[in-house]
Design a protein around this ligand. Sequence first.
Ligand code: SF4
Length: 381
Amino acid sequence: MGQLLTSTESLDISISEELEAQGVSRRNFLKFCTAITAAMGLPASMVAKVAETITSPTRTPVIWLHFQECTGCTESLLRATHPTVEELVLDMISLDYSETLCAAAGHQVEKSLNDSATLNDGKYILVVEGSIPVKENGIYCKIADRTALDILNDYGNRAAAVVAIGSCASWGGVQSSSPNPTGATGVHEIITEKPVINLPGCPASPYNLLSTILYYLTLGKLPQLDSKARPKFAYGRLIHEHCERRPHFDAGRFALEFGDDGHREGYCLYKLGCKGPETYNNCSSILYGDVGSGAWPVGTGHPCFGCSEEGVGFTKYIHEQSAVFTDTPPASYAQISGDKAGGITIGGAAVAGAVGGVIVGASAMAAKKMKAEETAPESDA
Ligand code: SF4
């Protein structure tokens, strides 16, 4: 870590001042930049550039639309920490319109939406939260007397790029479950002439939104996407590949009922319906929510239900056993959670992951190492 600090000493002093004002130490900020740079698949030499992008006074205009959804993705972002991800995101962009966060209302806020789109025509990023109902010409979701379908067509086709945040906007989410009475669908089914990036999850990880926006602002281009338009750096691996319960799966140790001995011992949840083996996301690597111990569903003892995977989440029964795409154990096992992991708890891994750099592909051994660094004396050297 000392090497990192040396390589980024050229950062403008105002960065430190700004972050200190937000209650974030320079050391933790640089650790965060290191983690997020690696998570985006960028080399360590880009850490300083990423840090500069985060603190740049230039703000990219963003319009954030809400359609059929529960606002969980916005709520999740607003409750993120380490270090205050929501502040970093909101400071990097000019959020010109958001129905959740706008202080204004009615005609005044609708005017600001239109003004922003006109002023920044072709330059703004459109973030869409929620599915779009297309049955009956979209009458099932109307805002200011316009259908969601009409609004999306209008502002989506004038944007530089569209980010579909959450499973609803990515592929319809829970509203698209059979019989899908409103014809709920994802953004990419409607906006076909502009780049659409899907960040599925229910809710989506705020770190994946931050990473995607950061990547775009730092490099001026979109990250590499998979066949479902998801950033490969976040959705390139199965949850099962880096799950802390994976050693139990490989050893054939399963919880068979909630509350049984295996469940209490932290055994694999596969036989309780865990969909980790067929769900692509980075929850098991960076965990989720920064809420301390057990900071992701599997960590709390609940099977992953594949919320981010089209055709799995809200489609398969929770108790239904998952397809297993990979049955070869990873080269380096994740450690078992809790005290048996030699001191690193799931919560410790979460904190270390968010602040210290447990990234896609990293194991809990790396988390343990970072945990040790976290407890080292603070230094701004
Ligand atoms: S089946 Fe689920 S609980 Fe078991 S190792 Fe895979 S992701 Fe983890």
